[in-house]
Design a protein. Structure first.
Length: 109
């Protein structure tokens, strides 16, 4: 929460995910890459924190491990960890914005 600041400054969950550097900044048009945005924009500490949270979630939560393994089959372990971190970043946004507790079934369903 200290690194994020006021959550109301992020209009959508995608803006928060972008700020945490959990999504790519590539721009695509018609299936072709047209360039990248500012890849260094965002908070590096939040990226580190969500990657660490993804690693712990993968180890200690059955639903997160199942989600990680499905992603790992399609890509590789690094990309699967980043996708899990992005999933946790989206969940964190909703927790802070709506003031609701974390729901595992809603996150990984």
């Amino acid at each position: 929460m200290l690194e994020t600041g006021d959550i109301t400054r992020f209009v959508r969950v995608g803006n928060f995910s972008s700020y945490t550097r959990c999504v790519d900044s590539a721009r695509y048009s018609n299936g072709k890459k047209n360039g990248e945005g500012n890849t260094k924009n965002g908070n590096t500490y939040l990226l580190w924190a969500f990657i660490e949270a993804a690693n712990f979630a993968r180890r200690f939560n059955a639903e997160a491990k199942r989600f990680f393994e499905k992603r790992k089959e399609k890509t590789n372990g690094v990309v699967a960890t980043k996708v899990l971190a992005q999933k946790l970043a989206r969940a964190s946004y909703h927790i802070l914005k709506e003031k609701q507790p974390f729901d595992v079934t809603r996150c990984f369903a």
